[in-house]
Ligand binder design. Structure first.
Ligand SMILES: [Cu+2]
Length: 120
């Protein structure tokens, strides 16, 4: 993270290995005030980002990729600047599957490309 930054970006892949549809409804982390799902698109060279409301739907056997250039997690109000190599715990809450804890590893700034461009 750049010095003084309060926002971090996270990427992951969600897989639904069950037989019913599910939905990621909320995400929390002790490391940030809020975690939002954002979508990013580039129109005429201008990058825009919007918050995805209503959660992320997961079809049975399907997956949802949060990757540079598209969907991502936005960690807002980061309490302590992230350090490379550090693990950030996240609680993902699903409509059916309940709450699942995952750990995200901090990469060097810009390691995954353009996401640094929209970090404040
Ligand atoms: Cu974002």
């Amino acid at each position: 993270m750049p010095p003084g930054a309060k926002t971090g970006v996270g990427y992951l892949v969600l897989k639904n290995e069950g037989t019913g549809a599910d939905r990621l409804t909320s995400i929390t982390s002790p490391a940030a005030m809020a975690v939002e799902v954002h979508d990013m698109s580039i129109t005429d060279g201008v990058m825009t980002m919007r918050k995805v409301d209503g959660g992320l739907a997961l079809q049975p056997g399907g997956e949802s990729k949060l990757a540079p250039g598209g969907l991502h997690l936005m960690l807002v109000g980061v309490k302590e600047p992230f350090r490379e190599g550090q693990m950030i715990p996240l609680d993902l809450t699903f409509e059916k599957a309940g709450t699942i804890e995952v750990q995200m590893k901090v990469d060097a700034m810009g390691a995954k490309g353009e996401h640094a461009a929209h970090m404040k």
